[in-house]
Design a protein around this ligand. Structure first.
Ligand code: HEC
Ligand code: HEC
Length: 219
């Protein structure tokens, strides 16, 4: 399945990367891009334009992330409804190599210009999240209790996050599990000191329970 996806977007990848590498002005610091994103969000006319451009640029992402950022693959994250500054920050991390994924995914993000990243983040953040049926199993009930104890202080009571902290409600279950295990393993795929300390003592069963609860949590 992954191989098929890989091939379907490979053409774009081959075309985009050499152009990006050759004619690209130097990468602005992340803070400058965040300031641009905030400024654009405050101006309705610029925001509308950015969202329209973002929708076009995000066309290639739907092969994996689904139409309007609602993924149908458990291991591929939903981007719909995710907080814009968080999306931009993660794309910046792929660009700077402080978040590692498959070479293919990283190459694709590196081929985007800073403005395209801002536009895509603004577009995706405004797409509605597909809601899944609530999970009432014992796993989800335990996950909810653990969430209330360890995670709620940052990710919030409805798991919607903040501008800089990701929304977890409705996120794909396999992706939630993979991400938590990556923070816990500390091997550099995902680096965040806060998440490292909050996942350090989680057992695999805790991670499964948290994913069962969060992935079916409606907005
Ligand atoms: C070949 C499949 C594929 C394509 C195409 C793809 N992605 Fe991804 N994307 C992934 C996978 C898999 C992950 C999870 C990677 C990880 O955590 O290592 C991911 C993660 C992300 C994340 C981090 C999400 C989070 O919640 O932290 C962002 C942002 C993202 N992708 C943006 C994009 C954008 C923008 C595009 C289009 C320009 C795109 N992706 C195209 C597969 C893909
Ligand atoms: C002290 C604040 C804090 C606490 C407490 C916290 N988180 Fe996080 N979490 C963050 C931040 C900040 C990020 C973004 C880190 C990054 O850039 O990789 C994050 C990222 C994540 C992600 C990645 C989401 C994505 O879309 O890729 C998951 C999953 C997650 N947290 C789950 C949890 C769970 C489950 C708990 C409780 C066990 C928890 N967090 C506790 C701050 C926190």
């Amino acid at each position: 399945m992954r191989a098929r996806l890989f091939l379907s977007v490979f053409g774009f990848f081959l075309m985009a990367v050499p152009v990006a590498a050759k004619d690209r002005p130097p990468e602005p610091p992340p803070a400058e891009l965040h300031a641009r994103l905030a400024l654009t969000s405050q101006n309705p006319a610029s925001l509308d334009e950015a969202i329209r451009r973002g929708e076009r640029s995000a066309g290639v992402c739907r092969h994996c992330h689904g139409a309007s950022g609602n993924s149908v693959r458990p291991e591929v994250p939903n981007l719909a409804g995710q907080n814009a500054a968080y999306l931009l920050e993660q794309m910046n991390k792929f660009v700077h190599g402080t978040r590692r994924s498959s070479d293919f995914m990283t190459g694709l993000i590196q081929a985007l210009s800073p403005q395209e990243r801002i536009d895509i983040a603004l577009f995706l953040a405004r797409q509605p999240v597909a809601v899944k049926a609530a999970d009432t199993s014992a796993h989800a009930v335990s996950g909810k209790a653990l969430y209330g104890k360890l995670c709620v202080s940052c990710h919030g009571p409805a798991a919607l996050g903040t501008e800089k902290i990701p929304r977890l409600a409705g996120q794909q279950p396999g992706y939630l599990e993979d991400s938590l295990k990556r923070y816990r393993a500390g091997k550099g795929e995902r680096i965040d000191p806060m998440m490292a300390s909050y996942t350090r003592n989680l057992k695999d069963s805790d991670i499964r329970n948290l994913a069962a609860y969060l992935s079916t949590l409606a907005p």
